[in-house]
Design a protein around this ligand. Structure first.
Ligand code: ZN
Length: 142
């Protein structure tokens, strides 16, 4: 994996898990000096590359370098016949197509700052194959 899954994760591949609390606690630890700058800006080179190429721009400023317009979300999907490090979603509609495949597919959305390489898992959700119930995360096709 090119991103960290916060400790305490139950490891279930069902449903939807939101990592906002874990993200907030990581940011607090950084601001209080418990975590160093290099510890929170350690994005894997592959993740940084994916962020630049296929990241979805995300509003708000980076919690670490405080720049605007540098945060993106990158989505990885894990499931049968996908690479063990996950498939990085590069195309619109790709999630919906993966959801229709047999077997369980789980999507991980990672926040990455293109300026300082801050990165944190945002959420994880099991892809649903029912029409209209697909978690297209950033860009719902309506
Ligand atoms: Zn930043």
């Amino acid at each position: 994996m090119v991103f960290r899954v916060p400790t305490g994760d139950r490891g279930s591949d069902q449903g939807h898990v939101d990592y906002r609390l874990s993200r907030a606690s990581t940011i607090n630890s950084y601001r209080s000096g418990e975590l160093s700058y290099s510890e929170v800006t350690d994005a894997h080179p592959e993740l940084v590359r994916a962020a630049g190429q296929v990241g979805t721009p995300t509003p708000g400023s980076c919690p670490v370098c405080e720049r605007e317009g540098t945060l993106v979300h990158v989505t990885y999907v894990f499931g049968p016949r996908l690479p063990s490090h996950g498939r990085c979603i590069t195309l619109r509609g790709e999630l919906a197509r993966l959801a229709r495949r047999p077997g369980r597919h789980v999507a991980y959305v990672v926040e990455v700052c293109q300026e300082c390489s801050w990165n944190h898992l945002v959420r994880r959700s099991a892809l649903q194959s029912e029409p209209g119930d697909v978690q297209e995360t950033e860009d719902l096709e309506r």
